[in-house]
Design a protein around this ligand. Structure first.
Ligand code: NAD
Length: 240
């Protein structure tokens, strides 16, 4: 149960802030019907032939491309999902000049669908794809409409622009994220277990005044001294 006092505290921090940044993860999109990884009904609790961490690795993509795509099309492509109250509130704050950036581990594009402009996608996006041989870009419809392994006319395999396990994060996105976090006076962290590295380590670059965490259950990182609201982020942000 979210208390009035918690909401009042969060509202106060937001009113005082001159530059907010948001850092989020899969929990931001569960209220849009996209399962996260580590919740009770998350993808890691479901049974597959291989653990999802294995399927979503670079090695598995290279060696079992067809099985990768079977899982990817069934579980990772949620193209009809719509933004929820959290996505919309963050977009509104950016428009009002209160929020400088959304830094997300999500790959679903829902922040952009809600109207956010400065979205730093640490793990890429399902909406973009490219040929691993010639680099040609493809929209997601190419993946949806093809069967088995999607190929480019050059013969190369098409790969989603999604950062798989064992793959490095885009250096430019990382640098811009660090810069946004360093310059903010308030960081709101939400819908993330803070279990996935190096993404989770970015929050350590924060030098501002206040951190607020809105999550169902405490994240893996020690967050003592911050305002922690244990609840659904869409519900919480719609009360602000
Ligand atoms: P995670 O699954 O490890 O953690 C999600 C966290 O959000 C959990 O602590 C959970 O309790 C909390 N949560 C769930 N619903 C919530 C809600 N409505 N409000 C507040 N908190 C809620 O996810 P993660 O930390 O983002 O890291 C795992 C990886 O998952 C990321 O790398 C990301 O790329 C990938 N992923 C993305 C999507 C997506 O794009 N929507 C979906 C699944 C996984």
């Amino acid at each position: 149960m979210i208390s009035e006092a918690e909401i009042a505290n969060l509202r106060r921090l937001i009113e005082r802030s001159r530059r907010m940044v948001f850092f989020g993860g899969a929990g931001v999109s569960t209220e849009s019907g996209i399962p996260d990884f580590r919740s009770q009904d998350g993808l890691y609790k479901q049974k597959y032939k291989y653990p999802p961490e294995t399927i979503l690795s670079h090695t598995f993509f290279a060696e079992h491309t067809e099985e990768f795509y079977e899982f990817y099309r069934a579980k990772m492509l949620c193209l009809d999902a719509m933004p929820n109250a959290a996505h919309y509130k963050l977009a509104q704050w950016e428009k009002e000049g209160k929020l400088s950036a959304v830094i997300t581990q999500n790959i679903d594009g829902l922040h952009q669908k809600a109207g956010s402009k400065n979205v730093l996608e640490l793990h890429g996006s399902v909406w973009r794809n490219h040929c691993v041989r010639c680099g040609m870009g493809y929209p997601v419809q190419k993946i949806v409409k093809s069967k088995g392994v999607p190929h480019c006319p050059c013969g190369g395999v098409i790969k989603p622009d999604v950062v798989l396990y064992e793959e490095p994060l885009d250096q430019d996105v990382l640098n811009r994220s660090v810069e946004e976090i360093r310059r903010a006076d308030l960081m709101i962290i939400g819908g993330t277990s803070l279990n996935v590295y190096p993404a989770a380590s970015l929050v350590d670059f924060f030098r501002g005044d206040n951190i607020a965490v809105i999550n169902r259950g405490a994240p893996a990182k020690d967050m003592r001294g911050v305002l922690f609201i244990d609840g659904k982020i869409g519900e919480v942000l719609s009360m602000i």
